[in-house]
Design a protein around this ligand. Structure first.
Ligand code: MN
Ligand code: MN
Length: 338
């Protein structure tokens, strides 16, 4: 029996049947996220006409130029949460400090970590971008989360996922019971189940990395990419390279077809570029739930206890065997035996 075509909210209610205490609240929260996704999707669909391309002239907390769509997307989520009564606070790439929602007390039980618009430099060239979310549920009611409330390990996530704005808009999420993908139907404006229980192949034939950074990498990382570039058919070692430059889009492709995405540390920037709480950790949870693997090269992403909300990590993510192989290079910096 196929449940393809099931609307997101109906699917959530059925999935949450074992958790009556969380069912309504969690379904409401995911509906708020999907609503923000629909708003962003629709606005971006006419980006070239709607004066939303380009930069605002401001620099964000990460030292990056803020795009107009970054702000639009951030506000879309903020407004959805403000009217939703579920979220106590959100941590977003676009704000140095957490944003609290006192209006949602005392019902709010969730913390949300957001990359409102991932890969935003792709917008000006009509390329794919995404939104990433990570959700933690608090057991105790608090008025304003302190740093220790916010600095959570990835394994403690209640749910995580992303929205991909590509030729079609998709919402992919997990709450620890597999990974499910929904496609936005432009006619009904609903997310309908299109990819049930996604599993990533154990090994793939594609690697995804910004090779322009080769000279900045450590020797083990350079050795690893050199290994991937060799063509040894007997070993099934014949990789293709694909790089979109939006974490969501590159990991989504890797999730469906297998292989590895990585953004390693650099000699002068060992922590790399990808943010732990709203990039690596949610993508890691999704990929692990699809039976893949997510690692810094030496440590499981979901086991890291953050020390700062905008902390970065190196990331190797994708097919289980591909990530395990990358780890052998990173751990000992030695060639894999042939
Ligand atoms: Mn991003
Ligand atoms: Mn972003």
């Amino acid at each position: 029996m196929s449940n393809i075509g099931t609307p997101l909210t109906q699917f959530l209610r059925e999935e949450q049947q074992d958790h009556p205490e969380a069912k309504d609240a969690f379904t409401a929260l995911l509906s708020q996220i999907s609503l923000a996704g629909k708003m962003i999707s629709r606005t971006m669909g006419r980006a070239g006409l709607a004066n939303v391309l380009g930069v605002t002239g401001n620099i964000n907390v990460q030292g990056e130029a803020v795009k107009k769509m970054d702000i639009y997307a951030n506000n879309a989520f903020k407004q959805a949460f403000q009217h939703g009564a579920q979220v106590i606070a959100m941590v977003t790439e676009e704000a140095e400090d957490p944003i609290a929602f006192p209006e949602n007390q005392p019902t709010g039980k969730y913390l949300v970590y957001l990359d409102p618009l991932d890969g935003s430099s792709n917008i000006d060239v009509n390329g794919s971008v995404g939104s990433i979310f990570s959700i933690h549920k608090l057991n105790n009611v608090i008025s304003f989360p302190s740093n220790s409330d916010l600095l959570k390990k990835g394994i403690e996530q209640t749910a995580a996922g992303y929205i991909l704005y590509g030729p079609s808009t998709m919402l992919v999420y997990t709450c620890g019971k597999g990974v499910h993908g929904f496609t936005l139907d432009p006619d009904s404006e609903e997310f309908l189940l299109s990819h049930n229980d996604i599993k990533i192949p154990t090994r793939g034939q594609t690697y995804s990395v910004n090779e322009g950074n080769y000279k900045k990498w450590s020797t083990p990382t350079q050795r690893y990419i050199n290994y991937l570039r060799e063509h040894i058919p007997d070993d099934r070692r014949s990789y293709s390279s694909r790089y979109i430059g939006a974490l969501v889009a590159d990991v989504h492709r890797t999730l469906l077809t297998g292989g590895i995405y990585f953004y390693p540390g650099e000699e002068k920037k060992p922590e790399g570029k990808i943010r732990l709480l709203y990039e690596s950790s949610p993508m890691g949870y999704v990929v692990e739930q699809a039976e893949g693997k997510a690692s810094t090269g030496t440590e499981r992403i979901l086991d890291i206890l953050p020390t700062a909300i905008h902390q970065r990590t190196p990331i190797f993510i994708g097919s289980y065997d591909d990530v395990s192989l990358a780890e052998t290079f990173m751990r000992d910096g030695k060639e894999e035996k042939k």
